[in-house]
Design a binder for this molecule. Structure first.
Ligand SMILES: Nc1ncnc2c1ncn2[C@@H]1O[C@H](COP(=O)(O)OP(=O)(O)OP(=O)(O)O)[C@@H](O)[C@H]1O
Ligand SMILES: O=C(O)[C@@H](O)C(=O)CO
Length: 423
């Protein structure tokens, strides 16, 4: 394995696995596997890039650091020469972490400074300019993530935000340098490192910027960012003759289906609205879940009763209603109860023969996939930017794990179709 990724949530892991598998401008991608948690066995021999999915975005910083260092150790044991720490393109974190603590710990373990930090994902509207993160034409703090249930992002100056999470100075490579290409970017990173800056925000407003940053980082031991930071990496390995860029053929699966949504993002809410206009949906009553009056069996019963009709179960709600539930029960309690509801229902459904599963939300996906006890997933074709088809060959289960803010309005129906085997 040449490239090893440590991803702080499961949908983010799929996102960067998709980037690595796809490559840039039809130039070829890498044979990529998404590992669910830190594997206890060796990676498959033909795996060129491996993404370890952690659920470390919203846990205490010390635990996130410990898990990330353990993932680093496993990836190094698989021969990875380059490590990528993947976090959210909207830099989801709190002033306490976890991007700074994990980034610094990995950099210290690898003995490197001047490590790029770039969450940009222009394909999904996330750009970084003068250290400020934009979502479309809005500053991060004016986008819907300002009211995220777990990591409200209230400061668009991510250099300042990362500094609050870091023990060492944070640098900036501005767009004036990035637009000059790989060599000046690399000089700027080296200079930042020599000046004592451990993590360095790098501006990027286009895919071309990200490819240039990738080229500048060709021999760096550590890179950090959103999935866009990996855009140029397959090309580096292909140019070096280390890999061919050719991937295996994809075949989908056949069988019963379900959609589970715990994401409360604006995008997911719009996808639910469209889907419910012509499909069977069940809205989970959060109060009843907390009182144990709605259980996984209710979710299972609904999905089974609507087999073939693309059934969707969701707990998703507006920011005001989410805030009210959180105030009533505590943020962690309500999140845990809903995640477990979906996770246990998924377990029963898959044990009973469900074969196509779409999950919306990173934390929700993490809980579901952990309950399913899957080890690793092969990366199939892209459904929408940042969301690939995932296949567990052992169980013939096909999945799509959708980041909250990703996907076209008709994503749910589109994803179920993409997971299905064509005659
Ligand atoms: N009605 C609700 N009230 C309060 N919390 C909720 C409600 N519905 C879902 N949640 C919780 O909100 C969190 C949503 O996070 P999740 O990561 O699943 O989605 P997301 O943040 O939109 O996705 P991503 O992390 O991929 O951007 C979960 O912990 C979920 O259990
Ligand atoms: O980078 C992103 O936006 C996504 O991959 C993600 O991590 C959302 O949870």
């Amino acid at each position: 394995m040449h490239i090893g990724v440590i991803a702080d949530d499961f949908t983010g892991a799929s996102d960067i696995a998709n980037t690595l598998a796809k490559g840039w401008a039809d130039g070829g991608g890498l044979r990529t596997t998404q590992f669910l948690g830190i594997p206890v066995t060796a990676a498959p021999a033909d795996c060129e890039a491996g993404v370890v999915s952690l659920k470390s975005r919203s846990i205490p910083a010390a635990e996130a650091v410990a898990q990330s260092l353990a993932a680093l150790e496993w990836l190094q044991a698989q021969g990875c020469r380059q490590i990528v720490f993947k976090y959210c393109s909207t830099f989801d974190s709190t002033p306490q972490g976890n991007i700074g603590p994990v980034g610094e710990a990995l950099a210290q373990a690898l003995g490197v400074r001047g490590v790029p930090a770039c969450p940009a994902f222009p394909g999904a509207g996330r750009t970084v300019f003068q250290g400020h993160l934009f979502v479309g034409d809005r500053l991060l703090s004016e986008s819907s993530v300002a009211t995220h249930p777990l990591n409200p992002m209230t400061d668009p100056d991510i250099r300042r935000w990362l500094t609050r999470q870091s023990t060492e100075p944070v640098g900036l490579v501005p767009h004036q340098t990035v637009r000059q290409g790989a060599a000046p970017i690399r000089t700027a990173l080296d200079r930042a490192g020599a000046g004592g800056e451990r993590l360095v925000i790098v501006d990027a407003i286009s895919d071309e910027d990200l490819v240039a940053i990738g080229e500048a980082c060709a021999d760096l031991k550590l890179i950090t960012g959103g999935s866009g930071i990996a855009l140029g990496l397959p090309r580096n390995l292909i140019a070096q003759g280390v890999v061919t860029g050719r991937r295996g053929a994809f075949t989908g699966v056949q069988g019963p289906e379900a959609i589970l949504a715990g994401s409360c993002s604006r995008t997911t809410l719009a996808q639910i609205e469209l889907h419910r206009s012509d499909h069977a949906v069940l809205e989970v009553d959060v109060d009843a879940v907390i009182r144990n009056e709605v259980t996984p069996s209710d979710v299972v019963e609904f999905i089974r009763a609507n087999e073939g009709l693309q059934p969707l179960v969701f707990s998703s709600n507006t920011p005001a209603n989410v805030a009210a539930y959180q105030a009533r029960y505590g943020t962690g309690t309500v999140a845990h109860a809903l995640e477990q509801l979906f996770a246990q229902a998924a377990r029963i459904l898959v044990d009973g023969g469900l074969r196509r599963l779409v999950v919306a939300g990173g934390e929700t996906s993490g809980a579901v996939v952990s309950a399913l006890g899957l080890q690793s997933l092969e990366i199939g074709p892209e459904i929408d930017p940042g969301v690939p088809v995932l296949i567990d060959r052992g169980t013939s289960l096909a999945l799509a794990l959708k980041s909250g803010n990703f996907g076209a309005p008709d994503f749910f129906a589109k994803a179920l179709a993409a997971l299905e085997a064509r005659p």
